[in-house]
Design a protein around this ligand. Sequence first.
Ligand SMILES: [Mg+2]
Length: 200
Amino acid sequence: MAQNIIQGLIAACTATITAHAEELTALDQAIGDGDHGLNMTRGFNAVAAAADEIAALPFDEALQKAGLTLVMKVGGASGPLYGSALMAMGKATPQMPRDHAEAAAMLAAGIDAVKARGKSDAGAKTMLDVLIPVHAALSGGGGLAKIRQTASTAIARLNRGGRCWMSSGRTRSDRALPLCGDSGCWGPRTATAGCGPELR
Ligand SMILES: [Mg+2]
């Protein structure tokens, strides 16, 4: 049962990343070197290639193994961000979550890892601006539809919010993953001057 779920999760993540690889690359072309789709695809393909091995592990070790694979295979800032999140979630989760509270606690550990690794927090136009509302929905007992809606709303708010992903004086190399893909997004902007009012 657990093995099938882990296999399904790996397949779903890999399919989603693959399906959106070009979009990820376009986002990165706007503010970086345009390799994000390629990097993420390579990382998740590596996880998928090890799916049998990963799924045979206890749930916590499976998350950590998947995270470590992403750290090793995905270049740039993304591998450490996604990998650290999964590894922290594994360390915080002795077994597959049985309810909303346990799933929320697991996600919280991943969010804390992204904050620490990316030196970021809510409002900096990173994936945290999606993960944090999703965590709140999960904590509130929201089902899959509610969580999907929360994520969609958060992404739409980011896209409306402006053309800047920076929060403060962080550099390109230590930022958390940007979700804003507007061209011209990258620039010497500041928290007060550059980002949309919705997130302030
Ligand atoms: Mg890049």
